[in-house]
Design a protein around this ligand. Structure first.
Ligand SMILES: Nc1nc2c(ncn2[C@@H]2O[C@H](COP(=O)(O)OP(=O)(O)OP(=O)(O)O)[C@@H](O)[C@H]2O)c(=O)[nH]1
Length: 424
């Protein structure tokens, strides 16, 4: 079937619902099709006499100036074609968004250049776009699209405004310079972020990553979640969201800390010190590094409770813990393992140094008087068993604890207020 070029063109224009325009620049003559006028609620006859003035009058002044500047560039051959989205006034008074495209048409037979082009009504798309961006702004996180090409080039086609709150800069910065997004990531977390992106690129599994950003010297926890999609050329696009999980992380850290602490004294608890002892033992087995363990018990503590009451007993336990905590080094671990039983784990410490610490504590406590009331003061003493792991391989923490308890038991049995040492 032979169809004329004109018929085909008409069919295309009908199918795309495009308005057409032809503008003779010098005279201002404007030729439009029916659709051009109907987009704005008119019939062409309603707009007679039609000239470039018709277009000027119907176009929003701000958009008109921007379009005229672009047209000028096409006329000066600085740009090959003209493209703009304009607001044009509909007959009912509303603004319609019109996507205009055009190019210069020159011919010797013509009296100067014409610009010819099309109009498409994109109001619906614009409204949807606007609604989506409003929705994105109202969400509690950053909405974004991230593209990575097979050669590793990456960029952000879209980032929502929330970057201002989270990263301290507007989204345009990230869209122009995608590296700026990676530059705010905490240096310690950058590798895990990159590795997880790479894994998601390869596997097309959802990208989920918790990481910190450093903004004005303050670090904040973020969680990124994004779904990847691969195109046929290997390019992967992720659509996702970054939310702040700083409060949640702080709470988790606090809960984690609390789960290792004895509530009454603030010393570490039994579970924590045993876990540390386990890793110390592994270290000892691997590198042979010496360490010491002191098991302490307040002598006749039952008598303190019985004489002064449980609350005063609690107070003594707290003050005793404060004294020990102030004496030990940062690397030592002081824990309450039972009612009036305590352990001090001293990494990289010979038994002689552990002995000095324990003896210092014993003397201090012996000399000290805890105030029970205006008139009454309590004296407490401690007994301790000290074990130094120097050369012998001890593979089992229960054996180590048994040796330590044995030393403590001997200190108690031989009169209390004393220390017993055992080197393994
Ligand atoms: N105030 C107080 N007392 C506690 C706490 N936990 C355990 N105790 C008390 O600690 C005392 C321990 O007594 P015993 O095990 O008989 O030992 P002791 O009296 O210290 O005697 P020796 O250890 O043999 O010197 C008991 O009276 C317990 O009730 C606590 O959290 N607060």
């Amino acid at each position: 079937m032979k169809v004329s070029a004109e018929t085909r063109l008409t069919a295309i224009l009908e199918g795309t619902r495009a308005g057409t325009w032809e503008w003779h620049v010098q005279s201002g003559e404007l030729v439009i099709n029916e659709r051009w006028a109907q987009m704005l609620g008119y019939e062409p006859s309603d707009l007679e006499p039609i000239s470039i003035k018709t277009w000027e009058n119907l176009t929003h002044p701000h958009d008109r100036r921007a379009a005229q500047a672009k047209i000028e560039r096409v006329l000066q051959a600085e740009d090959e074609s003209y493209e703009s989205v304009l607001r044009m006034r509909h007959k009912d008074g509303s603004w319609r968004f019109i996507h205009a495209r055009g190019m210069v048409f020159r011919d010797e037979d013509l009296d100067g250049p014409w610009i010819v082009g099309t109009h498409l009504d994109v109001t619906q798309q614009k409204q949807t776009q606007h609604q989506l961006s409003q929705l994105a702004e109202s969400l509690p996180g950053i909405i974004y699209s991230f593209v990575m090409e097979p050669d590793g080039t990456y960029y952000y086609p879209y980032i929502s405004r929330k970057t201002e709150d989270f990263y301290g800069f507007p989204p345009e910065v990230g869209m122009e310079r995608p590296e700026s997004i990676f530059e705010v990531i905490h240096p310690d977390d950058l590798e895990v972020v990159k590795d997880t992106i790479e894994y998601s690129y390869e596997s097309l599994c959802q990208w989920v990553c918790d990481y910190r950003v450093l903004v004005d010297g303050t670090s904040k926890w973020m969680r990124g979640i994004a779904q990847p999609e691969r195109e046929t050329d290997g390019t992967v696009t992720w659509h996702g969201m970054v939310i702040s999980i700083d409060d949640q992380k702080k709470l988790e850290e606090e809960l984690q800390r609390l789960s290792t602490i004895d509530e009454l004294t603030g010393a570490y608890n039994r579970r924590y010190v045993l876990a540390e002892l386990e890793s110390q033992l592994a270290n000892h087995a691997r590198h042979g590094s010496a360490f010491s363990l002191i098991s302490m018990d307040i002598d006749h503590f039952k008598a303190v409770n019985d004489t002064y009451g449980h609350l005063i007993g609690d107070d003594v336990l707290k003050r005793f813990s404060d004294i020990v905590s102030a004496r030990i080094r940062k690397t030592d671990i002081f824990a309450r393992t039972g009612g009036e039983e305590f352990l001090i784990l001293m990494p990289h410490t010979e038994i002689s140094d552990a002995h000095i610490l324990a003896e210092g504590l014993r003397e201090t406590l012996e000399a000290l008087r805890f105030r029970a009331s205006d008139k009454e003061h309590i004296q407490i003493t401690i007994s301790a068993g000290i074990v130094g792991c120097h050369s012998r391989q001890v593979s089992d923490i229960s054996e180590l604890l048994a040796q330590c308890d044995q030393s403590l038991y001997e200190a108690k049995r031989s009169g209390r207020n004393r220390l017993m040492l055992r080197e393994l």
